[in-house]
Design a protein around this ligand. Sequence first.
Ligand SMILES: [Zn+2]
Length: 246
Amino acid sequence: MAQQINIRFYEELNDFLPQQQRKREFSQTLKKERSIKDLIESIGVPHTEISLIIVNGESVDFSYLVKNGDQISVYPVFESLDISSLKHCQSKPIRNARFVLDVHLGRLAAYLRMLGFDTFYRNDYDDPELAEISANEHRILLTCDRRLLMRKQITHGYFVRQRQPKSQLLEILKRFDLYNKQQPFTRCMHCNGITRPVNKQKIETQLLPKTKKYYDEFFQCETCHNIYWKGSHYLRMKKMIAEINV
Ligand SMILES: [Zn+2]
């Protein structure tokens, strides 16, 4: 027997809905029994974005089986509201935010590394690999592909809304409350390795003549051995970091 329910999505979950379903209650007809997670994802909202589901006034988890006449409210991850007494949907937040990014977010990956955040990125990771890395290494999966976030094994993921890399960086800092956790220039922007100060004599032969002449302070990546110094590129990044943190 077909079942009918009423559902409403709150706050930024509306980003995933067509205009006519945003910020209002709408009804759905179900032909077979299904879990609430399944229903919500069929409407287009990935489970990773959801923190709280209220059905007929009670909080439920993802396994709840939808029943005829249910009144459903779906809420995103709350920043400040304490919902610990309710049954909520997400596993505990990852304490030290670590990330894995999909292939389209290369610039954002470099920016996150610039601020010292542990960020896996390769331009040839496929979807199953990304999901696996996220699940096995407890890394937050950042992606612009909502289908990817609907993969079952992903517990920590986030759909990146912005399109400009710098705006994406601001979005992530805000969403995961990372402003106080930045450690700029401690990580290699190419490979995510840790960078440390290195003696000029040790790397002198690898420097271009002008770099050798004008700079004395150098850093090197422990993993790929890339060398960094405080040249024009560094100054540009420093300016960007200052802008981000106003
Ligand atoms: Zn490196």
